[in-house]
Design a protein around this ligand. Structure first.
Ligand code: ATP
Ligand code: MG
Length: 245
């Protein structure tokens, strides 16, 4: 079974004032199928549409046209949300809370029983290297430390599909490696992973398959093992030639 499928997925944002409305297609007829247990990396220049696609898949945005099906249900289905873990592009947390408090809140959202919630929270904090800071207020945290809280949040839920929007954004090299190791562990555990990234080494180390979005069009969809030469030159050529080999 496919973990995820989109058909002709299209999103047009309407922006500007009512007297000068502008509509710009951020996604144009995306057809995508991702198999169970596959690790799919989505590449694309800034503004290509990666975050828009991911937000539609997890049900945060509605498409203008077309459809997205996740684990056999339409994107946004309430029951399916329990099977999904999501790391947003820039995780936002109330700054007056501590990692312990925010993770406890997420654990409640995931409906974890209290004992399991506390155990998983501490394990996740150790894993991302924030155990020592667990009772510090988030307003004292750097960008990378907040990203780590987002990653810890992912580890609470035993999801089937992980949607990660630039998971190593803002992380130092050691923390970025630890994040890649966490993703590889999820992969080993048979999870399906949808990853937005600008990091070519991340794609090389983690992904089974990649897609390239360019101006809202999916111009490439290929298994990593079928890419000849370096991933970087492959990506640059495809984007410069807008998908033509
Ligand atoms: N809320 C919004 N209203 C209007 N336009 C938007 C909105 N969000 C995104 N866009 C536009 O949609 C397009 C795609 O944006 P998106 O954030 O999906 O790109 P991205 O590939 O994730 O970029 P990046 O690599 O910088 O994160 C861009 O042209 C952007 O300006
Ligand atoms: Mg983005």
């Amino acid at each position: 079974m496919n973990a995820l499928e989109t058909k002709q997925l299209t999103k047009t944002y309407i922006s500007g004032h009512f007297w000068s409305k502008k509509s710009s297609p951020a996604l144009n007829g995306i057809d995508l199928k991702i198999k169970n247990k596959q690790v799919f990396g989505l590449l694309g220049l800034n503004g290509a549409g990666k975050t828009t696609l991911l937000k539609i898949l997890i049900g945060l945005l509605l498409p203008s046209f077309g459809k997205a099906v996740i684990l056999g249900k339409p994107a946004g289905d309430i029951q399916t949300r329990k099977e999904i873990a999501y790391l947003p592009e820039m995780p936002y947390f109330p700054r007056y809370l501590t990692p312990l408090e925010i993770l406890d809140f997420y654990g409640k959202l995931y409906e974890l029983p209290v004992v399991e919630r506390k155990k998983k929270t501490l394990e996740a904090l150790v894993k991302v290297g924030l155990y020592e800071k667990r009772t510090h207020k988030l307003k004292e945290f750097s960008k990378g430390m907040l990203q780590k809280v987002g990653i810890a949040q992912l580890l609470l839920n035993n999801a089937k599909i992980y949607f990660l929007d630039e998971p190593t954004y803002g992380l130092d090299p050691l923390a970025a490696k630890q994040m890649r190791d966490i993703i590889l562990e999820l992969k080993k555990a048979g999870k399906t992973i949808f990853l937005n990234t600008h990091q070519i080494n991340e794609v090389n180390q983690i992904c089974d398959r990649i897609g390239i979005l360019n101006n809202g069009h999916l111009i490439e969809d290929i298994e990593v093992k079928n890419i000849k030469g370096s991933m970087e030159s492959f990506f640059v050529k495809r984007v410069q030639n807008n998908g033509k080999a």
